[in-house]
Write a protein that binds this ligand. Structure first.
Ligand code: ADP
Length: 325
């Protein structure tokens, strides 16, 4: 089937570089002779008929902006067959023959279900700072968030070492420790308490038992948010109760990690993936996420991308341990 008109939306948690992806998809689609419609507020706007015709200049001057010009939202209605029927009817009415969905694990799960239910062509782009999608080495937004974390930890290091304190710095990532692990390596932190390891081990007890301050006069530990690690506040409480000799403080980086101008790496990744989404449609690919593996664009079936079993980078974890002696 030749695709004549595509719809594009961003959904779920926003990530820096989403705008670069919107620009790339729009320009590549117009270059291939397709019509483009922007859909506001993710699946919510799809259900509420929020379509905007996009021309090449609709996406001018956005490559450097964080956030998403299409806005994003979470949409409970799209989780129901009734909601998805309204969405499908809207796409038919608008003569949109394929969708490009930029989002994380949840958004691509929704895309997979919808594509199957209506035999409707969708191409996904991995837009999330968490880097938690399977089948791609990197997701759009991850590199920018990592740089934000590194800069914040550099600043915390100054005050931590002046006061000889132990700092727990909580970062995002949900069930995935990439931001904490690579953030710790990039900022020279002592350790990363991450879900993949916390599931099996009491990382805090091990760190303390190993005497992790040794000759150092301060310690920085990055912690992935969420129930599996317990989060930075709970860990600090534990230290206060179990190891009162430490002067402990907590910083929760929160939403600063989501914002800011995307790094060169994220802009390039988003641009390549956006153009690849249109190549994929022209190649008659359906219901795949665009991924990048060893610097080559790949097509990853939705069912594989959202499986939540991204391999844990054991080598990086070992490197962090070696370098923090
Ligand atoms: P992210 O894409 O960042 O992981 P969410 O998990 O919040 O964000 O998902 C974004 C949206 O994707 C949800 O609000 C919902 O509209 C849609 N979605 C998520 N999971 C499903 C599902 N199982 N079925 C249908 N739609 C879903």
């Amino acid at each position: 089937m030749t695709v004549k008109c595509i719809g594009i939306l961003t959904s779920g948690g926003d990530a820096p570089g989403m705008n670069a992806a919107i620009r790339a998809v729009t320009r590549a689609a117009i270059y291939s002779g397709m019509e483009v419609k922007g859909i506001m507020r993710g699946y919510k706007g799809l259900i509420a008929d929020e379509f905007i015709p996009f021309k090449t200049n609709s996406v001018s001057n956005i490559i450097q902006q964080g956030g998403t010009i299409l806005k994003t939202a979470r949409c409970q209605e799209f989780m129901t067959p009734e909601g998805r029927k309204i969405a499908y009817d809207a796409l038919v009415r608008e003569n949109i023959d394929a969708l490009v969905v930029i989002g994380g694990d949840g958004s691509l799960t929704g895309a997979r279900i919808f594509a199957q239910e209506y035999n409707y062509p969708i191409i996904g782009l991995p837009g999330t700072i968490d880097n938690d999608l399977q089948g791609t080495d990197f997701t759009i937004g991850y590199d920018t968030a990592l740089n934000t974390i590194m800069q914040a930890v550099d600043k915390i290091r100054d005050t931590a070492s002046s006061h000889e304190r132990l700092f727990f710095i909580e970062v995002m990532g949900r069930e995935c420790g990439f931001l904490a692990l690579n953030g710790a390596i990039a900022s020279g932190a002592e350790a990363a308490i991450i879900p993949e390891v916390s599931k099996k081990d009491d990382q805090l007890a091990k760190l303390i038992d190993n005497g992790f301050r040794k000759s150092k006069n301060s310690s920085l530990v990055l912690v992935t948010e969420g129930d599996i690690t317990g989060g930075a506040m709970k860990l600090a409480e534990r230290v206060k109760n179990e190891y009162p000799q430490y002067d402990v403080r907590v910083t929760i980086l929160g939403h600063v990690q989501r914002g800011g101008s995307p790094t060169a790496n994220d802009r390039i990744l988003a641009s390549r993936m956006g153009a690849a989404a249109i190549d994929a449609l022209n190649d008659d690919q359906r219901n795949v996420m665009i991924g990048i593996q060893n610097d080559k664009i790949v097509y990853v079936p939705f069912s594989k991308a959202v499986k939540k079993n991204k391999p844990f980078p054991e080598d990086l974890y070992n490197t962090l341990q070696i370098l923090s002696i």
